[in-house]
Design a protein around this ligand. Sequence first.
Ligand code: MN
Length: 442
Amino acid sequence: MIKILHLSDIHLGSGFSHGRINPTTGLNTRLDDFVNTLSQCIDRAINEPVDLVLFGGDAFPDATPPPYVQEAFAAQFRRLVDAEIPTVLLVGNHDQHSQGNGGASLCIYRTLGVPGFIVGDTINTHRIQTRSGPVQVITLPWLTRSTLLARPETEGLALSEVNQLLTSRLEPVLEAEIRRLDPQVPTVLLAHLMADRANLGAERFLAVGKGFTIPLSMLTRPYFEYVALGHVHRHQNLNPSNNPPVIYPGSIERVDFSEEKEDKGYVLVQLEKGRAEWEFCPLPARVFCTIEVNVCQAADPQSSLLKAIGKKEIADAVVRLIYKLRSEQLDLIDNGAIHQALSKAHSYTIRPELVSQLARPRLPELGAGSSINPIDALKTYLNNRQDLKDISAEMMEAAQNLLTGFSDRWLELEDAEEDSEEEKQDLGQLAGGNTEAQLRLL
Ligand SMILES: [Mn+2]
């Protein structure tokens, strides 16, 4: 029986906008969070101890992480070297650099010859001798168009056709790896990909380019005891028959609010020839909490807001407060008190949304198709805004001055030399800008 810890999508160094600066280290608290959950994965691997660690790809947000992030990652994985636990680091889409071949952020582990470490940046089969016997791992890193296809082959093809072509190329390559397998030795396929039945998480927004989708049937082969995936941040088993299990462990920390309701963790696998048992192990990832409330109809919007905040467990969470209100209610909101109410959160953002302005119907006189000069337009607008009545005369006068001043200067420039073109352009922009500024004031 071979024990494996399967984790994926670490994305160390991302989500800093949800953290703050730790005054003792000068580092973002979200880096601390990610390192903390990663260290709990490594703790488990060492304490168990497992015979093998499989990382499913996406170590950092991109292939060129800052040195202190690289070092934080290395410091955790180094503990596996000390504990003599073999480890496979698969290259995900975020680990690949667009410049040159083999430039992935994880390749440094191979270059340095880190004992027991394998970098999966090519389609290859690795026979690994563990404390509990041998295991075969086929590595299938993130595929880009250029991995299996030449540029002229894809010219003029739709994305779905390229996808099909890529799938047809991958099939024999994977088949060749399968034929090289030792049928007596348990086998894992370790792949960073989007399978066609996967339930999307945040990677939808994280992906750099539009990627390829691999049919599930290519993964559910009888030659594999376990299929270890990376890429999708939501933990799931894609094969209901569980034969073999096709598992995304998901990310270890919430990268953004799209992962608010997902459990985070890693997977422990017990593997032998013809059989794999697996268990999802949750990690205490930082809680994300959305408070969404509509106070438009509330007589006392402030207390409605405070009540909505009070209902949620926000201590040490990453919180976002989104509330709808009418512009007339703005004066009833005490921002200081709201900041105070949110202060026990780890971090928070407040997003008020004014609905009255969004919901106000367009004035028919100003609708599309009718042409109207700026002064008449403003007059029509002001006639419909009772709340601006006491300043409407002043606004009309200001608008008149603005427009008269503008046209006078324009006529002057028309008469002048050609080199006034530039000023005319500036003036045009200025007039546009002024009109915008005026409208914003409204
Ligand atoms: Mn990915």
